[in-house]
Each structure stands twice: as C-alpha cells, then as structure tokens.
Design a binder for this molecule. Sequence first.
Ligand code: N01
Length: 541
Amino acid sequence: MSTPGTHDELDVLVIGAGFSGLYQLYRLRKLGYSVKIFEAAPDLGGVWYWNCYPGARCDTYGPLYQFSMEELWQDWDFDELYPSWDKIREYFHYVDGKLELSKHICFNTRVSDASFNEDTCRWNVNAESGHTASAKFMVMCTGIGSKPYRPDIPGLADFKGRLLHTAQWPQEGIDLGDQRIGVIGTGATGVQVAQETAPIAAHLTVFQRTPNMALPMRQQQLDDAAKAALKENLPEKYAKRARTLAGYDFDYQDYAGESAEIYSSEQVQEVFEKLWTEGGFVPWLGNFADMYTSEKTNRAAYDFWRDKVRERITDPCLQEKLAPTEPPHPYGVKRISLEQSYYEIFNQDNVDLVDLKETPIERITGPGVLTTDGQTHELDVLILATGFDMVTGGLTAIDIRGTDGVSLREKWSAGVSAYLGTMTHGFPNMLFVYGPQAPAGLSNGPSSSELHGDEIIEALEHLRTHGMSRIESTAEADRRWRDRIDDYAAETLFGQANSWYMSANIPGKKAQMINYPIGIPDYLEQWAIAKASGFDGFDLR
Ligand code: N01
C-alpha cells in the first residue's frame, strides 16, 4: 500500500517492478536485506504493464523470455513461441504467486525525487503519492523504455479524433474496428500495431520516416509436445546466455561465424538462406560477426534481406519504399523487429504508406495529418508509435541529487558516463540494473536482469561482509568506461544510423552509444577483473 505519510526505512529501495526489479527483490530478500519496490504502475511487469497496445508481443521466444529459476520455469508454459503482452502479464502474476513478491511492492508509487544524505549515507526518496523512504542503497530498475517520447509535431493538440501513444494505451483497450487509423513510426512498436490493425481498420495509414528491416517472426502455437520440447536442456540454455553477445542461447558462432569475407558469395548466400529459414532474430544475431564492422558483409546481408522482403510486396513503388534498393542505414545497427504479416498488409486496399522523407508532416489538423504535398490524411485515431527517451529517460525523469547537489539529469545532459553500466560518480549507493552503458538494450532483457543483477548483488554482499556501507564509482573509472564504449562503437557501423542505440532518436540528446556494445561475455569479464582487484574503479568505505 502507498498512502501519504507512509514511510519506509530500508536496506535497499528498488525502483521498478519489471524483470530487473523483481529479481533484485527476490534475491535480496532471500539474503536477508530489508527491501521494497516502489512502482509507478498499479501492477507488476514494467513495460508489460504500460505496453498493451494492439499486437504488443515479445520479440524473444518464450523460454528465453522468463526467469531462469527452475522452480519457475518447471510449471510455466507460454501458448505461443513469441508471447503476447497479456500472456507476459499472466506470467508476472504466476511469478508473484510462486515467490510472494507483491506484498513487498508499493504500487501506484511513482518516485518524484531522491537525494543522497552524506551524513547518514542514505537516500531520501519521495513519491508523488506522498509515500517516502530512507534507504542505504537505491537500485534503479526503471527499464530502458519507461519514458514515452511524443515528438513535437505542430498541431497535435488540434486533432479532433483520438490521439494515443502506444506506451500509454488505455488498460481497458479500445475498439479500433472500422476506424480510420494512422500510425506514426515504424519501429518495433509501429510494425506490431500496423500488422494487427490492418485487418480490422476501415483504413490504415502508416507514416514511415525510416523503413524497418523487419525479419519474419515465424510464430508457432505450442501444443503439449512442443512445450515439453522447449524445456529440454533449458538450464544449459540459460547458462549459455552469459557466453553469447546478446544473452540468447545462440550467437554468430552457432550459425555464420566471424567473417563473411573468407567465403565465396555463393557460400555467403547459402549461410543467409540458412539463417532466414531459422527465422526470428537468427538472421540478425546469428549473422556474421563482421556485419557490424565490414561494409561489404553488411551490404550483402542487407541485399539479401531486401530481396526476400520485396517478394512479399506486389507494388514496385511500395517495394522501393519498404525495402529500398540502397539501404537507408547499415543492416542491423538499428533495432530490428520481428513481424508476422507486416509486408503483406501493404498489398491490402485499405492500407497506405506515407513516406515522410518524401512528404513530411506539415502539421496535425482537426481531421488528420497534413503532409507537405497538401494532402490531409483523415483519421479517427492517430497512434504515436514514436518510442521512448530510451535507456536514460526513466532515470532522468526522477529528480535525483547526489553529493554535490547536481541532478543526474543535469550531469548527463552532456552525455552519460556510468562505470560498468552500474554507477556514476557523485551518486553513491545508487546502482543501475539494465541501464545506461550496460548491455541492456543490446541484450535480452531477462538475461541482463539476472546476469547484471547478480553483479550488483555481489557488490552489495561484498560491502556487507566487509562491514562497509558506501560505494561510488570514481570519475576516472566512469571516464574510462565511456571511452571504452565510444572507441569500440567508433570502429563499427552503429554510428551510421539515427537510432536510439546511439541516443539519436531524441532531439537535443547527446549522441553517444548508450549501451555496452562489446557483448555480455566481455561485460562480465570486466566485472570479474574489477572484483578480482577489490572492486577497482569503485571507492568503497
Ligand atoms: O520506438 P523506436 P519503438 N515523425 O524509437 C518514428 C522495444 N520494443 O517503440 O526511425 C515521424 O524504435 C521513428 O522514425 P525514425 C525495443 O527495444 C520491443 O518502436 O527515427 N516519425 C521510428 O520509426 C525497441 O527498439 C518490442 O526515422 C517519427 C519510430 O517513430 C524499443 O522498445 C516491442 C518521429 C520510433 O521507433 C523502442 O521501440 C516494442 C517524428 N517526429 C518495443 N519521431 C518487442 O519486443 C519518431 N518517429 C516486440
């Protein structure tokens, strides 16, 4: 319960009740810490509470999109290979029933501000509800997509129909049948909304700025035999997450290998075909490792994708818009999505694509969207699938003040630096899980929640067993970590796309690689090096 005047004295306050926060709560309580979660939503799930738009589903297959504890996976099955948002919510409730977590969670408790008191060495935290807490440690599990981004398009307030952001979807749902729907944005979210609403809409207009290089999901309905098969070797698959770049149970080593350049073009095409048949993220994360550094390999992968997609679109003009001859940016350096019928919907009479590069939006008007060719696209519902202030937005939305009174928002306005993706100098005892400069957005969420989460718990245990109560990254360690990331990213093709990976999706946000791009094994290795030298890079007291 969260009521004005309620106050908690805690060892650890966790903020956010998604995968990361629940894992922290579960493990820290088992270790005997007094812990609570403050959660803005009225229920569990993090992004899976807010993102209940039509078609919302996970791009990771179910066995890997859950906690790895046997007591949980033994008795749980998803009905589809790639679960939908409501099934994932059901999963969270199942986890809650098994682990009895929600009695330690204060729902409807959105944290507004937090400040570190150097004298008491504690964080004082206030929620909008009036609930307060004092905690030795604050573990930030605010997720990478918790602050929706609404672009500043002129006239948005003039729209007479229904205006919705996908991440602020009405919980009761809305009937979109026979409506004239417009979707702005073709990221993972826009693709899902478009393919889900196309069959029921009176008319659907997709406003595309950059085509998504989406891959076939190859969804499956799972019968009992299929469910049992997915559980085979599950512990080995979970263990493997720590050895793959993105925390999956497969990697480029399992499919394509290091480089395409040692093979003939026929052999490379054969590999691409094999990856394509596998489906899901395999043609992305299982592709040649040099796809991120070699223009030649990358272009070959793009051309293969383009030709496969074009086969599914009948109109040559739409083929060129959705899968252009020349790539708009290198393949795979902007988040690839999984789709089920995305390309076929454009063969329907009731679906139009507006290419915003050709005819940008001039303004939103009462009846709809006016583009620069003078056309008004009349709509009943306008859906903003425009994404989030990714990775940092959930953190900087809170007024967090560290030792020198400067807010995290101000500190990071010139760019993020967070040692091991876990702490930033000047903010002692505040630790991020699945946050900036960690593998986070370049990894599978539940994998990072556990693998990164375990490191944080180990750090807290180290302090406790050594009778210490304060941990802070040094400014030098932060700087080294940021340089490590920037130097690595500069050697790759990531910088050639305006993506949220590079913080390029929010106007005015400092452009930089916001995740740890060197992969989970290297990330864990950096933790191991730091721990072996007594938590080098951290000031412990
Ligand atoms: O957001 P995005 P998202 N005018 O930032 C466009 C996770 N996720 O919500 O590409 C016109 O990717 C923008 O255009 P452009 C996943 O990690 C997971 O889709 O910048 N258009 C882009 O097309 C994902 O990556 C799942 O040119 C504008 C779109 O809006 C992350 O969340 C499902 C615009 C935003 O795409 C974010 O995905 C959903 C403007 N002013 C999300 N501003 C699953 O696992 C922005 N755009 C399935």
